[in-house]
Design a protein around this ligand. Structure first.
Ligand code: AMP
Ligand code: MG
Length: 484
């Protein structure tokens, strides 16, 4: 019998030894379970129902390692705010790869479980607020239909951790289809040999892009495939007004999943140059800069793969540049398709782009809420409210209505497409902050309620009415912190 359904089959440690470092987490004195994701556990074939709360806490604190678990941390490097640096899992380690009953291979990882060989000056710890923040936002993105790592559990360690003040230590267990980052390739290319990059490339293809195994030019095709997934990812962020906040190359996965939720946040009013991260002083990672930064990051990945694109370095660079230069248009086309569906448009017509940009301009000019405005349009009649009585809006609305009449599908289908594309609830920044404040006081009820609400983000339910309201001026969040 496998313990609780854990089914480890770890392959990452078959890579050359310099890609990882095997070691065990530090035991924890007084672990307490804050939250466990039973739905996710069930989908992974895991069942903890025989365990007491205390036993669950011990398990998710790393005091007890299930059979087959072979803990290791990963080496990586990365460009942080444009500057190259050595990084690695300084406060995380993988339990290993678990195979689900459906056959998916998933990394199970601890975050905040003590120092590792990659910790540099850090303490290897994490604190409760940021770990719950990652839990909330990653689960919200999952239910909103955005590719993402997920969260299985959070425990407190009973220890106080020094940050600006002393804060409760915590460990997050997260699940990812892998933790291979652009920065993992940068690590191999800058510090190791050509064979290491090749092995990592083949490993990545085997794990995430098996259709490329027989490709004539694996490196170039991998770049193209990553471009496709990253374009989908960024556009799905833009659909829901999400700002990642720290799109460093070490925070970009080869799988195309959102990873490393630090100072991320959601647009309230539609202001495309919004930045929330307290460390992003220049707006590098603002809402509308995300496609540009994704391209920049993919260029860093491509640099590591050039020796395999073509033996002739000049030809390799030319091919790489040509390929990456297609990224802005790829993103633009996907963005247009996404924005069309936000407006109930199935067919593509030349006038659509102007209809979309005129609406966005009007929203920006009037400081309107990104989520609520699209939701207010998701109905049969003209939206109600003073702002919608403006002549500029009525003109736009009539133009949009006549565009909808040209659709090959029914009006009803358009409304239903809009309902599936425009969320009713997102984890609004001010609500998340309030929930975290309560959690710090030991009150986890608001956290549990928020997580239930976030499970059905596209349904207009009695349960989620309070969560639909935009922040009052005094509730508005202007900055979020890494809080590491
Ligand atoms: P992040 O901001 O979480 O993406 O982390 C950036 C880098 O800093 C990664 O290499 C982390 O492992 C490392 N790091 C973050 N917090 C700590 C910590 N408390 N102790 C050691 N390393 C850390
Ligand atoms: Mg990171």
């Amino acid at each position: 019998m496998r313990e609780y359904g854990f089914n480890f089959d770890t392959t990452y440690t078959d890579l050359p030894k310099h890609f990882f470092s095997k070691h065990k987490p530090e035991p924890v004195n007084k672990p307490d379970l804050v939250i466990i994701n039973n739905q996710l556990a069930a989908s992974m074939g895991l069942d903890f129902s025989d365990l007491t709360e205390k036993e669950k806490a011990e398990l998710f604190a790393g005091n007890y390692l299930p059979e087959g678990c072979t803990p290791y941390s990963q080496a990586y490097a990365g460009h942080q705010f444009g500057h190259f640096t050595v990084l690695g899992d300084g406060r995380a380690y993988n339990w290993g790869e678990h195979i689900t009953p459906a056959g998916s291979r998933l990394d199970i990882q601890f975050k905040g479980s003590g120092r590792t060989p990659y910790s540099r000056g850090g303490d290897g710890k994490a604190v409760l607020g940021p770990m719950l923040r990652e839990y909330i936002i990653s689960e919200a993105l999952y239910h909103l239909g955005v590719p993402t790592t997920r969260s299985l559990a959070v425990v407190t360690t009973g220890e106080q951790v020094r940050r600006e003040t002393m804060l409760p230590g915590a460990i997050l267990t997260r699940i990812a289809s892998s933790h291979i980052r652009v920065g993992t390739f940068e690590f191999a290319s800058n510090f190791k040999d050509k064979q290491s990059v090749e092995k990592l490339m083949n490993y990545t293809i085997q794990r995430h892009y098996p259709e490329l195994r027989e490709s004539q030019n694996k490196a170039l095709d991998l770049i193209k495939a990553v471009m496709e997934r990253q374009a989908n990812l960024i556009v799905s962020w833009m659909k829901i007004g999400f700002i990642h906040g720290v799109m460093n190359t070490d925070n970009m996965t080869l799988s195309g999943e959102t990873i490393d939720y630090g100072p991320c946040a959601f647009l309230d009013e539609y202001k495309p140059n919004t930045v929330f991260s307290s460390i992003d002083r220049r707006g590098r990672y603002s809402f509308d800069n995300q496609p540009i930064i994704a391209q920049w990051n993919i260029a860093r990945l491509a640099e590591t793969l050039l020796p395999f694109v073509n033996k002739d370095p000049h030809k390799a660079i030319k091919l790489g540049e040509q390929t990456i230069s297609e990224f802005p248009d790829l993103c633009k086309q996907k963005w247009l398709a996404m924005m069309r569906s936000k407006l109930g448009l199935f067919d593509g017509r030349p006038e659509d782009e102007k209809i979309i940009s005129d609406l966005l301009d009007w929203m920006q000019k009037n400081n309107l809420n990104y989520i609520n405005t699209f939701r207010n349009l998701t109905r049969q009649d003209q939206p109600i409210g003073r702002i919608y009585e403006q002549k500029s809006f009525i003109d736009w609305w009539l133009r949009w209505q006549s565009r909808l009449k040209k659709e090959s599908k029914s009006y009803k289908s358009s409304i239903s497409l809009m309902s599936d594309t425009n969320p009713v609830v997102i984890p609004r920044n001010h609500i998340v902050e309030e929930v975290l404040k309560e959690a710090h006081r030991g009150n986890f009820k608001p956290l549990r309620k928020l997580l239930i609400v976030l499970e059905k983000p596209y349904d207009d339910l009695e349960l989620n009415r309070d969560y639909q309201l935009p922040p009052n001026p005094n509730e508005r969040i202007y900055e979020t912190y890494c809080g590491t």
